[in-house]
Design a protein. Structure first.
Length: 242
């Protein structure tokens, strides 16, 4: 079998990226060339025939906790954060469709003129038709994060793994940017991530992944071709599992 035809290691995955991944070096908002670059990474995996769900955070625009720290009512601030994720989802939809990849933005908060409402069986059907499903507005509930939304949607969609794209190529015992002797784990358990406060995802997301036996693959989104490589069993990353 030629290399191109080798079956990918996963058939259905969820890619979680933070909102900050879309802002480039700007420090705020959306950086279209960066959105485009990530869309190209997603397309290269889509081209393998992998069914792809996405959850994008909103931290490049607004975070509920930051709003409430400045005196805003917390639930209102969280709804603003959820709306920020919808803007990011629409930006990703636009970039993917410009590359010829069909997508659906599916919102946990109804806004029918902008995005489909979340109906699980309908979303599964979109995946079967090879449409990339971008789940927006988090879980639809305040006091959660998009990490938890990613774990929830990945479980509901029967994804085989969550791919958490970050700035570094896995989970380290300490910050590899600050400490050159930091060690990367090839695998680590959910319980160790929680006990050592390793900050892969927030604690509720890790606990939900653990309870649903959903592996989390932490990899670098800055590595060109990295996402596709892992799908084909290559590359450097950490798997969080039981
Ligand atoms: N949020 C929420 N409920 C959810 C998901 C997100 O209230 O289910 C809000 C929360 O205020 C959060 C913001 O949306 O701060 C943006 O999401 P997140 O902080 O997870 O974005 P990221 O850090 O991944 O960019």
């Amino acid at each position: 079998m030629s290399e191109e035809k080798a079956a990918p290691a996963y058939e259905r995955v969820l890619l979680k990226i933070s909102g900050e991944a879309l802002m480039g070096d700007q420090g705020f908002g959306l950086h279209p060339p960066t959105v485009q670059r990530i869309a190209e990474e997603v397309k290269s995996v889509h081209d393998l025939g992998v069914e792809i769900c996405m959850v994008i955070g909103g931290g490049n625009i607004f975070r509920g906790l930051a709003g409430s720290a400045q005196g805003m009512e917390r639930t209102t601030a969280d709804y603003m954060g959820m709306l920020a994720t919808v803007m990011n989802a629409l930006a990703m939809q636009s970039a993917l469709e410009a590359l010829g990849v069909f997508t659906r933005v599916i919102s946990a908060i109804r806004m029918d003129e902008v995005a489909e409402p979340y109906i699980r069986r309908r979303a599964v059907r979109h995946l079967e038709k090879k449409r990339v499903c971008i789940f927006a507005a988090g879980t639809g509930n305040p006091y959660f994060t998009t990490d938890t939304a990613a774990t929830l949607r990945a479980s509901e969609m029967s994804c085989q793994a969550i791919f958490k794209g970050t700035k570094v190529d896995g989970v380290y015992d300490k910050d590899p940017v600050k400490y050159p002797d930091a060690k990367r784990y090839d695998t680590i358990t959910y319980d160790d991530v929680l006990a050592q406060h390793l900050g892969v995802m927030d604690a509720s997301a890790i606990a939900l992944a653990r309870d649903n036996k959903l592996p989390i693959i932490v990899f670098s989104l800055d590595e060109p071709g990295g996402f596709r490589g892992i799908l084909r069993g290559e590359g450097t990353y950490t798997i969080v599992k039981g």
